[in-house]
Design a protein around this ligand. Structure first.
Ligand code: NAD
Length: 442
């Protein structure tokens, strides 16, 4: 990029000021996820000697849409809801990212999650940029009919910016294949024809991919396996603790168990369970189906979510929400390895504490990239109307995850940096290169 191309519009006079939001607050270690995402980018921009103009471009989401919309409640009355869709960067392809239904979601959280998606897609080298969506709501407090109405109205409101060539949502916290089906159906009704490729994570009966439900968990397990192999160790007998027992945490626990690891603790929003000799995860899943929570599983001891994070184990997988491992508890983590199933569970200051304590951390933008990788496969299959077997999906996923892991691991060795920094170096440099190569329009 020439000096003239970026000098005026990107004058880095106040490079850390964030003119985008009224909600941003700064504390000792800022817990605002967007500030954390910016700090992570900042760290790597220096290491990569990144063009300042490109750095400024990458700090900002390309496009943000806030929507306020009504839903009729079944007990009577109308309730207003607020939702977001943020596209961080589309230099490498259409924007891609999940949709979160959660009472605490907010614009800065969605911005951070969109930025992390950009790096993640680049690390696994799939032709997508990063996006994320959210609706402030508690999906468990809505009836099925209300949830469908909310989804369809939100889909209509954001249909301005989504589409198979522009931005493709997928499930995240509080959403699932059924929500994706409603989203796809709504978009298709407006288009006048069926558009399966507008979302991924759909049920297989309407153009979803084999293997998508387990893909994020499988990616977590494959990445852990690669790290064990690099250390000359095997997963057999390794003790695993998983925080969060939803799409990611549930599959992760089950797939670790299938590979001979011993899952000693799992948790969900209601609390956790512990058995040092191992939990039968299929039986825990059946218990959750019956009762709605892992809590009270026969033959286990109750533990809190804080205790799950700190229990003795070989591998800790935070697979719930961000901001779980902080400077407050990082000194008490007993795991030898932390594998981030969730997005943003570890803060930058906690990263440093874990690193100094010799705990290996496999970062979210690498470890949980299996989900978006199979989402890419789903999108490709939808566009071609030609579907693959589960075996094809899983072997292609394994190939991509291995290549991404090797790339990040080697970068970490070459530059003597931790794996998060290495992952950022790989992902951010690819996005920076695409941004520079495309140039600035006009
Ligand atoms: P989910 O809604 O299916 O499950 C979330 C789980 O976390 C539930 O078990 C819930 O009870 C638990 N939980 C919620 N709040 C909690 C709290 N305060 N403490 C402990 N547990 C809590 O969501 P998911 O799709 O499994 O996503 C989990 C994480 O993984 C998120 O950070 C998400 O962004 C990330 N992720 C998801 C995917 C995907 O394909 N779904 C892909 C990559 C990353």
């Amino acid at each position: 990029m020439s000096e003239a191309a970026h000098a005026a519009p990107f004058e880095p006079s106040n490079s850390l000021a964030l003119p985008l939001t009224q909600t941003t607050t700064v504390t000792a270690e800022d817990s605002n996820p967007y500030q954390i995402a910016l700090r992570q980018l900042e760290n790597v921009a220096g290491l990569l000697h990144m063009d300042e103009g490109v750095h400024q471009i990458l700090r900002f989401p390309k496009r943000e849409l806030t929507v306020n919309f009504p839903v009729n409640r079944e007990h009577g009355g109308t309730q207003m809801f607020t939702g977001y869709r943020v596209q961080h960067n589309t230099s490498r392809g259409p924007a891609k990212g999940g949709l979160r239904f959660h009472p605490d979601t907010n614009l800065d959280e969605v911005r951070a999650l969109a930025m992390w998606m950009t790096w993640k897609c680049a690390i696994v080298n799939i032709p997508f940029g990063g996006a994320k969506g959210g609706v402030i709501c508690d999906p468990h407090a809505l009836t099925v009919g209300e949830l469908e109405d909310l989804t369809r109205r939100y889909a209509t409101e954001i249909s301005l910016v989504i589409g198979p060539d522009s931005d493709i949502p997928a499930p995240d916290v509080g959403t699932n294949g059924q929500v994706m089906a409603w989203l796809m159906d709504t978009y298709s009704m407006h288009a006048g024809h069926t558009v399966p490729a507008v979302v991924t994570g759909k049920p297989v009966s309407i153009g979803g991919s084999e293997g998508r439900i387990d893909a994020t968990g499988l990616g977590v397990v494959l990445t852990t396996q690669q790290a064990f192999q690099r250390q000359g160790k095997s997963l057999a007998g390794a003790k695993i603790a998983v925080q969060g027992f939803g799409n990611v945490g549930g599959a992760t626990a089950r797939l670790f168990g299938q590979r001979g690891a011993v899952v000693v603790g799992v948790s969900d929003v209601a609390g956790g369970i512990h058995n040092p000799h191992g939990l039968d995860i299929d039986a825990v899943v059946a218990h959750v189906r019956r009762t709605g929570s892992v809590v009270g599983f026969p033959g286990s001891d109750p533990v809190s979510n804080a205790e799950i994070l700190e229990m003795p184990c070989d591998v800790l997988v935070p697979a719930a929400l961000q901001h779980q491992i902080t400077p407050e508890n990082a000194g008490r983590i007993q795991a030898r390895m932390v594998v981030e199933g969730a997005n943003g569970p570890t803060t930058p200051d906690a990263d440093l504490i874990l690193r100094d304590r010799g705990i290996l951390l496999l970062p979210d933008i690498l470890a949980n990239a299996g989900g978006v990788t199979v989402s890419y496969f789903e999108w490709v299959q939808d566009i071609q109307s030609f579907f693959w077997s589960a075996a094809q999906v899983n072997s292609r996923l394994a190939k991509i995850m291995k290549s991404a892991f090797d790339n990040v691991w080697e970068t970490s060795q070459t530059h003597a940096v931790d794996l998060r920094t290495a992952a950022y170096m790989v992902g951010v440099s690819r996005v920076a290169e695409a941004t520079l190569t495309r140039g600035i329009y006009p």
